[in-house]
Design a protein around this ligand. Sequence first.
Ligand code: ADQ
Length: 485
Amino acid sequence: MKRSLIIVSNRLPFVINLNENGEPVRKNSAGGLVTALAPSVVKFYGFWVGWAGNELTEDMTIPESDDPTAIAHKIKPSQIVPIFFSKETYNLYYNGFCNGSLWPLMHSLPTIASFKSEQWNSYVSVNEKFANSTYETVKKFENLTDKNNLVWIHDYHLMVMPMILRNLLDDANITCKIAFFLHIPFPSWDIFRLNPWANEILLGLLGCDLIAFHTNTYAVNFIDCCYHILGARVDRREMLIEYGNKSLVVRALPIGIPYEWFEKNARIAPKPFNFREQVIFGVDRLDYTKGIIQRVLGYERFLDKYPECREKVVFFQVAVPSRTDVEDYKNLKDELEREIGRVSGRFATAEWTPIKYIYNNISQCDLAGYYRDARIALITPVRDGMNLVAKEYVACQIADPGVLIISPFTGAGETMNEALLVNPLEHDMIADAIKTAYDMKYYERKLRMNALQTRERLFNLDTWLESFFEAIDLVDTVKKMQSLN
Ligand code: ADQ
């Protein structure tokens, strides 16, 4: 089917850096969002609205990609709509409201969240900017009354944008659906209402035709918020919300991974570990939601409780630098490195280092090799929207299968029943889960991994995209048939 599509996300699929001659060049991002969406922008010859980094200024033009291996390589400069803001605005909006207020609150960590009206005002003005640029881009669509016109907005940075855009489109009599996907959790209404601007955010989201979440729990939480905070009419069974003359379809559409890509790369990736010990592996953005400190403490407990396993395992943690100019993230890095140093110092011998730690990006091809050769994946977020790492690990278990240990407080943990589920807040439980995984016999590992692989292969990234487009195509029918009036 032919579609006119605009993707909107805080970041474009690349950042712009200046080379030694001061010319802009693309530095491609490797994140999950880019992998997921770039192929659709290429396929429908769509547009992508977003920020390209501080080095791109309004007098520069976006260059072509010079890296044919990049996922966004085929996206032409004419398909890119860059958003500009000053460093000060970016600090208030991104470091402030997005990552100091929304990120902790949405992950049900309200004591870490702080709220400042100056940051909120900046968030709203950035959302207005995105809405205006998107509106101007919609006007480039071939047919402004086509029911297949679609704007697909991503994530918590842009939650008030949908209603601003909806009003602009309605005023101009332009037909265009607005859909939203939230990549992080949606908390219970009793947490969400702590946000001083809870009403404004919910009203912003009501500008959409479709809003989708990773899990049913998040979808129901959102519906409850609209009911309790706004007093909207809701149908929890049909997942529909009505407020004034607006109606919104809510869906749980769990994201998948490009399964075959990981499987293929696991076959060709070089061997990463040259030591004989079994590897317990973790890889995350360095973020307090990922439970990395809890993981180190759980591993320490494991070495304490099961001394016979010392020198037989190595805990290998890769941490990707993230939000490095936010104070909480700087402190987290210091604390993590202190704990790793302490635990290593406690148990290390002349021949054995119990923890290996990389603070850097690694290529996704290399990552496939790390996954493949890790005997245990230890994934312990205190809260995580989905967690793609768990799925990628499973896809890479192409030979002697390893064991996945995962926190139930992740979207992935809600369906990956054959993994070992562990509450990361209790160190003994982590220690015991590692021991169970360490002792697990081949046949049990194989049985569990087969089941995990079958599910992830089926519900892969393509399935997610298909189910999203199917849901958006059904929106009008659902609204008509299920109207709460
Ligand atoms: P993230 O919080 O970034 O995503 P996650 O789902 O684990 O978390 O995705 C991380 C991605 O980065 C994975 O695809 C992984 O391969 C990649 N990655 C990790 N470490 C890397 C490294 N060192 N080098 C290169 N790549 C690395 C947000 C939400 C999640 C949700 C996703 C997708 O917080 O809950 O699953 O979006 O919706």
